[in-house]
Design a protein. Structure first.
Length: 410
């Protein structure tokens, strides 16, 4: 295949120097390794790192990062922002991308959510520039915010629903990151032949199972460390973790520590509760870059895959943290039903507990602490699963073939 120029839009793009998911970085690098060129459009995130450090001019800066032509818009985004502020940032980013979409030279336009508003850029490229458009869906909007009660205004929900429908129906090809996302796209009338399932993947170069380790202050060598990494938001339902921590304290299990790494709008509330209830078995840490996080992951004994009990999450998410955990050979404790829980049970690589059940959550942690040999075997099975089904390099090949194939029907 001749070399292609891909315009890649991801508002939350980061390199491994940042503290968020690096799927887009890895996929862009994979395209470049195959001889294609990638221009990445992104915003400025509190935890993301584009790799650019020069000054912004007219609200934008541009430069090459690890072979990727990065265009960074000076629009700050933080997980601590309220819904109104986030929405405004999404809209402003959408408007700034349109001029690039209309005038930049490229062969394929690729846009990945969230937010859903990047679909507008795809529509402009598809219908005004007649460029092949590939749309990657990481979350089902407006289904998820409606289920969470975050968006209740009927006009806003209807507008988002129309944008979702138009984006899906206009895209030449689509990618869903989980089985539920693929099904959600199909429910909007899209032929299954235009949709590919390419979940998040495991980066064994960033999360090797051997290497240096580091423990939070106050954790003894033989203590069990249950680790959560990621956003502390409404969707994550981390109050359930504190409920389990309270049960552990009641049982006198001072040998079990829960470590929460990340940031988000709910973090101050969670910290206040932990202080008020004297949950000294919960340790809060600030976000750290992926390259540094690996040392903490290797010290951990079990990874926490936690979400609020919302049915739309059961099959409609593909969390980065799960794949980071299993890449490092870490068993996983999952607290909601769905495709990940089924996989954990089927592969015997961790624990799947019912939602809103702190007793079961506590029991699982105690069982893990009391059966270190079994936990180690779960970890080996977790890494075997990672290598067999979620090696990022293999998934990137599938992803690239699907994206580049859009030129055949564009």
């Amino acid at each position: 295949m001749a070399a292609m120029r891909i315009l890649y839009i991801h508002q939350h793009f980061t390199t491994p120097r940042g503290a968020t998911g690096i799927r887009s970085y890895q996929m862009a690098r994979h395209l470049i390794a195959r001889g294609h060129s990638v221009t990445m459009m992104c915003g400025r995130g509190a935890q993301g790192r584009s790799g650019l450090d020069g000054p912004f001019r007219n609200g934008m800066r541009r430069g090459e990062v690890d072979g990727i032509d990065v265009i960074e818009i000076d629009l700050a985004y933080s997980n601590q922002d309220n819904f109104a502020r986030r929405s405004l940032t999404f809209l402003r980013f959408m408007l700034r991308t349109l001029s690039i979409v209309l005038f930049e030279q490229y062969d394929i336009l690729f846009a990945t959510t969230t937010p859903l508003t990047v679909g507008v850029s795809g529509l402009f490229g598809r219908w005004l520039r007649r460029k092949p458009f590939v749309f990657e869906v990481r979350d089902l909007w407006p289904e998820l915010p409606r289920a969470m009660g975050v968006i209740r205004n009927r006009f806003v929900l209807a507008t988002l629903g129309s944008l979702e429908w138009a984006s899906y129906r206009s895209a030449d090809r689509l990618i869903g990151l989980s089985p539920g996302i693929v099904s959600g796209i199909e429910r909007r009338g899209v032929s299954p032949r235009r949709i590919a399932l390419v979940p998040n993947g495991c980066d064994f170069d960033i999360f090797p199972s051997d290497g240096p380790k580091w423990s939070p202050h106050g954790v003894k060598e033989r203590d069990l460390v249950a680790l959560f990494t990621g956003t502390h938001g409404l969707a994550n339902g981390l109050s359930s973790v504190l409920d389990a921590a309270a049960k552990l304290r009641e049982r006198g299990r001072s040998d079990i520590h829960i470590v929460l790494v990340g940031d988000g709008m709910m973090k101050p509330t969670l910290r206040e509760r932990a202080t008020r209830e004297r949950l000294d078995n919960v340790i809060f840490l600030d976000p750290v870059p992926k390259t540094e996080l690996s040392a903490l992951v290797r010290r951990a004994d079990i990874g926490l895959q936690i979400l609020a009990n919302i049915p739309a999450f059961y099959y409609g998410t593909s969390p980065n943290k799960f794949f980071d955990y299993i890449a490092a050979g870490l068993p996983v404790l999952n607290n909601y039903p769905g495709w990940l829980a089924e996989m954990i049970v089927g592969e015997q690589c961790g624990y799947a507990v019912p939602p809103n059940d702190p007793e079961a959550f506590c029991n699982a942690l105690c069982h893990a602490a009391d059966h270190s040999n079994l936990l180690a075997e779960m970890g080996r099975r977790a890494q075997a699963l990672a290598r067999a089904r979620f090696d990022r390099r293999l998934l990137a090949d599938q992803w690239a073939e699907w994206v580049l194939g859009a030129t055949e029907i564009g």
